[in-house]
Design a protein around this ligand. Structure first.
Ligand SMILES: [Zn+2]
Length: 245
């Protein structure tokens, strides 16, 4: 989301940073300058084990903080750049809500149910569902600048989400559709299925037994189709809480 660029600019603008001639680059852990050179900004060093899997241990020089001591001395509201990387998206939102661009980026992340992520968490360690939602957040942030003419294909984006986060995700997908985009979702989550404009039920069973179209139509039409397993469960959730509007 490029949010970290804004955070680094903010730190570089602090009087203490200017006095020490730090730039935004000094607050990067990806390039030499302000980062700890023992661990090259990783906060951990690899210990090669001869007969066992290699292990990472916290860097002794920086204590896992990734930066040089003098860089960590620059603080905003008592927080060093390393402290900020430990914040969750939600916490950072409260702290930086007055920063227009950064506040927007964080808000979009929270809107797709990623408010619990720590800012410093490497993107490579995200789950498949988290990575998809991160991409959705990026699309939403960009969508403000251009009209929606895209087709998004998502593979089980609700995986690992709590019910409340599923609701947030559904709301976000509906916003993408309202903006003129098309969203195709492969999904088992009934709360999401019942909000779809069109459902294609593939079956009759999963895996090798499946592959034929068992039913298609609106959620109500699929729910009324005899022999559709999805329809049977859909009937129950529609009876509990019919879709408003
Ligand atoms: Zn280090």
């Amino acid at each position: 989301m490029k949010g970290f660029d804004d955070i680094r600019e903010l730190y570089a603008a602090q009087p203490e940073a200017r006095r020490r001639k730090f730039t935004a680059a000094s607050f990067s852990f990806n390039m030499a300058g302000g980062r700890c050179e023992t661990c090259e900004g990783a906060g951990a060093v690899l210990v090669e084990m001869v007969f066992l899997a290699d292990v990472y241990v916290p860097c002794e020089t920086c204590g896992g903080k990734r930066y040089r001591r003098d860089v960590l001395d620059v603080k905003i509201q008592g927080f060093s750049i390393a402290d900020v990387l430990e914040l969750t998206v939600e916490e950072a939102m409260r702290r930086f809500r007055h920063q227009p661009k950064l506040g927007q980026a964080l808000w979009h992340l929270q809107q797709v149910g990623l408010g619990y992520l720590r800012l410093g968490q490497p993107a490579t360690t995200l789950s498949g569902g988290e990575a998809q939602r991160l991409k959705i957040a990026r699309e939403l942030a960009a969508a403000g600048k251009r009209g929606g003419r895209k087709c998004y294909i998502l593979d089980e984006p609700t995986t690992g989400l709590h019910l409340e986060d599923v609701r947030v995700l559904i709301h976000v997908l509906e916003r993408l559709v309202e903006a003129g985009n098309t969203v195709i979702v492969i999904e088992h989550h009934l709360d999401l299925i019942k909000r779809a404009d069109w459902v294609i039920d593939l079956g009759p069973e999963a895996g090798a037994g499946g592959g034929r179209i068992v039913a298609q139509g609106t959620p109500e039409q699929v729910a009324a189709t005899p022999g559709s397993h999805t329809g049977r469960f859909l009937r129950e959730v529609l009876a509990e809480a019919p879709v408003a509007g």
